[in-house]
Design a protein. Sequence first.
Length: 97
Amino acid sequence: MEKFALLARVEAKAGKEAAVEAFLKIALPLAEAEPDTVRWYGLKINENTFGIFDTFVTDEGRKAHLQGEIAKALMANAAELLAKDPVIEFVDLLAVK
């Protein structure tokens, strides 16, 4: 059962909303290639705020994800796409269905 998760919120720069949305859509295959990532969700919270929520069985899997290809690609493009640094929260799951 998944016990660990990450919730990342990102705010797109004005005029970069479509690019952030596209980034999240094309990141799905990268998440699918991560053996320790159980579930991965790309979210649109409002017009310029997006998020990623992903779950893991182990804390090691969660830490590996933070060093993975999605994180690398996001940070490589952060200056161009994001209004501010991503907010990343470590989440412990209490119940999962």
